[in-house]
Design a protein around this ligand. Structure first.
Ligand code: ZN
Length: 412
């Protein structure tokens, strides 16, 4: 049986973790930076060892290409990202790139030359914090950049355009780096879970059912300011009190069916005029509601609207709601999920199916091809934090599952 080399995989993680290292276990590797370039050079050296040719395209993606026997077939694409959060860990994104490289190294050692070509990609700026918008490389190759994408600035006033030029990209030649429709057969991504579900269930590997679609709202409540010492309670129009009740209501809505993966969060609130002895005239907060089941999400959204209507009426408030993002859940392809499950079974792994709350590059790819994702357990669900941790044993298991999955897909 073909097996990956777990020792080599670990060495690759260890070597990669030195680039942009902060503290003992942290990483800061901004998108389109010198550090990301260094990470690309290291990853490219391994890609070459695995028999791939490498290039950095005009979006700043690193791409390794393994030529198949029949290069007219749509390619199998795998990958993730090597950029990190400013105060990030060693596994987010890195796991998906290094596991893909290990799969191809193993294939080369076993003289497995695929029919269709395989490309391993480290997508540029998945994380999105530097220019406040992510999934840049994956949107780029699919012709999905938006107006203003290049003019976004980082905190030092450097635009994405400048950063890309310094990285060696030619922003006038984006078209040349786009993938033609139908040229990608399927996309596979391994990622650490970034949540605690697998850790709590004591399962090293999970099969992703899909990436949940977030609904992002900004809710604004208006009441009436007044002296906190003198306005009698029954006469108040307290916007913050209304907001508090709505926040609790959202929590109740999201948890009404305990077994479901629905998550609902209010994480920011602005109060006006924010003085301890003035009743809040205005309160504005954000809502983040996610679910893999779109019907259920719609149902919950309706419940939330009813609550907002009811609560604001009770407190004599007016309200307005702005929809910031409304994306639908994107489901993994059943046939790929089945292959991943079969490979887990072969390895005696009981791998639960779970949704991904966070975005990944796979979300972008899901609009042009079938996709599948493998989750690897991470300790206490901690991510975007130097404390992020996945064991080399678990990462090796995930890579083994990925290898089996790739071989089965190639033999289909
Ligand atoms: Zn990631």
């Amino acid at each position: 049986m073909v097996k990956i080399n777990a020792t080599r995989l670990q060495q690759h993680f260890e070597a990669m973790s030195l680039i942009g290292k902060i503290g003992e276990t942290g990483t800061c590797r901004p998108a389109h930076s010198v550090l990301e370039k260094e990470a690309f050079e290291l990853a490219a050296s391994w890609m070459k060892e695995a028999g791939m040719t490498t290039r950095i395209d005009n979006f700043g993606n690193l791409i390794g290409h393994l030529e198949g026997k029949n290069n007219s077939l749509p390619i199998l694409m795998m990958g993730s990202h090597l950029d990190s959060q400013p105060y990030g860990g060693r596994y987010d994104g890195v796991a998906g790139v290094l596991c893909a490289i290990e799969v191809l190294m193993t294939m080369k050692e076993n003289n497995i030359l695929p029919e269709r070509s395989i490309e391993v990609i480290s997508f540029a700026d998945e994380e999105g914090w530097r220019f406040n918008k992510g999934l840049f490389g994956s949107r780029g190759i699919l012709g999905k950049l938006e107006d203003g994408d290049l003019q976004r600035q980082d905190k030092d006033g450097i635009t994405r355009e400048q950063a890309l030029k310094e990285f060696g990209c030619d922003v006038t030649k984006f078209k040349e780096s786009e993938f033609k429709e139908g040229s990608i057969y399927c996309f596979l991504e391994l990622h650490i879970e970034q949540g605690p579900v697998l850790d709590i269930a004591k399962k090293p590997i999970g099969v992703v059912s899909g990436i949940s679609g977030p609904l992002w709202l900004t809710v604004n409540l208006k009441g009436q300011a007044g002296h906190t010492g003198s306005v009698p309670m029954p006469l108040r129009k307290d916007a913050l009190l209304g907001a508090a009740e709505i926040i609790v209501a959202l929590n109740e809505i999201a948890t009404q069916e305990k077994e479901n993966p629905t998550v609902g969060t209010v994480a920011t609130i602005k109060v006006f005029p924010a003085s301890r002895n003035i009743i809040a005239e205005e309160a504005e907060f954000t809502v983040d509601l996610r679910d893999i089941d779109l019907d259920r999400r719609h149902r919950y959204e309706k419940q939330l609207m009813d609550k907002i209507e009811h609560i604001t009426k009770k407190h004599g408030l007016t309200y307005s709601i702005k929809e910031d993002t409304n994306s639908e859940p994107r489901y993994c392809a059943d046939w790929i999920k089945k292959i991943i499950h079969e490979n887990c079974q072969k390895m005696d792994l009981d791998a639960p199916e779970l949704m991904s709350g966070p975005f990944h590059d796979a979300l972008t790819l899901s609009y042009v091809c079938d996709y599948g994702m493998i989750f690897v357990r991470c300790k206490d669900g901690i991510s975007h934090n130097p404390l992020e941790y996945a064991s080399y044993e678990d990462l090796a298991l995930g890579t083994e599952v990925m290898l089996g999955t790739v071989l089965d897909i190639l033999n289909k």
